[in-house]
Design a protein around this ligand. Structure first.
Ligand code: FES
Length: 120
């Protein structure tokens, strides 16, 4: 495990935009989503709580039309971008798997003990 991984430059993640990152997470290949919301960065495993599907599997978008919630494109569950908690009746209270992230030195860093090297 490497604990810290440079995700991107700060200016590569605009407000409301998202990036995907392929990583090793808990020893397995996984996809993360990184989103900037209200000027802060959040990272989650790109896996819905409803079914093990990527949140952007059906659409190349991660926020809903209001820009206030993360939205799974498969069946439309919306999540609080800050906590990852489902705000929909379906899976209410369940949470996306949050990954620790920080922003400094002009870059966004994944800082999580479960992260390993990027797959080659
Ligand atoms: S798989 Fe995400 S809402 Fe159903």
């Amino acid at each position: 495990m490497i604990n810290r991984l440079r995700a991107c430059r700060s200016d590569e993640l605009r407000e409301g935009a998202y990036l995907k990152l392929e990583v090793i997470f808990s020893g397995e290949p996984a996809s993360l989503i990184l989103v900037r919301f209200q000027e802060r960065c959040f990272a989650y495993l790109n896996r819905c709580v409803h079914m093990a599907r990527p949140l952007d599997g059906e659409e190349d978008a991660i926020l809903d039309h209001t820009g206030k919630y993360l939205r799974c494109s498969m069946h439309g569950i919306v999540f609080d971008p800050v906590t990852g908690e489902s705000m929909s009746t379906l899976c209410r209270g369940e949470r996306l798997t949050a990954v620790k992230v920080s922003e400094n030195d002009g870059a966004i860093w994944i800082k999580d003990r479960r992260i390993g090297e990027r797959p080659v």
